[in-house]
Write a protein that binds this ligand. Sequence first.
Ligand code: ATP
Ligand code: MG
Length: 430
Amino acid sequence: MRKYTSEISPNDDGADVTLFGWIHEIRDLGGLIFVILRDREGFAQVTLPKKVTKKEVFVTAKKLKRESVVRIDGIVRAEPKAPNGFEIIPKYIEILNEALTPLPLEVTEKVPAELDTRLDHRFMDLRRPKIQAIFRIRHQVLQSIRDFLSSNGFVEVNTPKIVSTATEGGTELFPLSYFDKEAFLNQSPQLYKQVLMAAGFERVFEIGPIFRAEEHDTTRHLNEVISIDIEMSFTDHKGVMEILEKLICKVYKDVNEKCQKYLEWLGLALEVPNAPFDRITYNEALEIARSKGERIEWGEDLSTSALRLIGSELDDFYFIVDWPTDAKPFYAMPNPENPKICNSFDLMHSWIELASGAQRIHKYEVLISSLKSKGLSPDSFGFYLEAFRYGMPPHSGWGLGVERLLMAMLNLKNIREASLFPRDRHRLIP
Ligand code: ATP
Ligand code: MG
């Protein structure tokens, strides 16, 4: 019967199994060959003593090259000295596809390669269990997010990625030609998810790519990201902050329960956070940074160095709330008592921003003057603005980057580790 290596245990002693996988390692001791077979769930030792192995099987084993794909039929034998307590005594080995030598990248952990080399040969890099583990966990993260939001009444939507207007203006976009028109890759589903509030969905979410043409060269920026966006009617920023912190806790809990094996591959013990997270105001954050020697003016975005200082004073997860209105996009709702600040928040993990959100302006006139005050022309926001004139409910929402969330959860030092085929300033292939 076909099995994954993880489905076999010493209790299967004597059972017939068929395994498919890659040749991870070969130890040829002359009269005895050990082969480590790797599949997506783990490893199995295949043992071939010359004396008792069928001749043609032994001859095939002699020819095996690392990373070739094979089928192995054999019998399970409990063997305390083998990894996981069992070995496979093969009756049949078929080389399904032979790997060339030398390999572009080592799959065994012995020789650490540079990140660039690894990404250049990503398929090979992903064969390493601790790298694959990141994406097995990413799958669970997305699954949990869908479950959580769906069970809270959010409707999953997909909005266009080819658009004609800049979402927030000013930000750099990737232009493309759309027949005889100029178009762009969308930097955020912001405008569309707000329009869907006017459409009466009340709660929507989208998991999709966002494109940022900024020439960042940091360990936490990519030019193509998967963003989880929600928008929710009849609630303010506080309402969507609660959804966000509960979502984070749920995702951590699920990963901890369902991905233990992959966490082990990564050598990680996950600490599941508890909601509510701390909330500090922008002013308080500024004070912390200033008291530690950072020079920073009120109204500015918080620099990386300031965020490092602030993060060192707080729990892993915390919100920074009440941002200066000028530091946030035009659609953020100014605080009615003090319009210099707005009903917006960032969710932080240590010094890294995971999500940004806000209550949105829902009154047409207020929106027009906000656009103008940011130097944007209402003319280029026609379809969006129309939605505000015929019954737009009050609403709020946020956007959370999946790669940033994985960085935080799995303690990855570079965001590129969290993307299968990252797009950055220099990287367009593979
Ligand atoms: P930052 O200030 O960290 O550059 P931002 O404030 O420009 O991020 P937002 O426009 O608020 O980003 O986007 C919402 C979320 O999407 C961010 O909190 C982050 O998780 C993710 N995100 C946005 N841009 C990027 C990027 N270039 N690389 C990785 N993630 C991103
Ligand atoms: Mg932000």
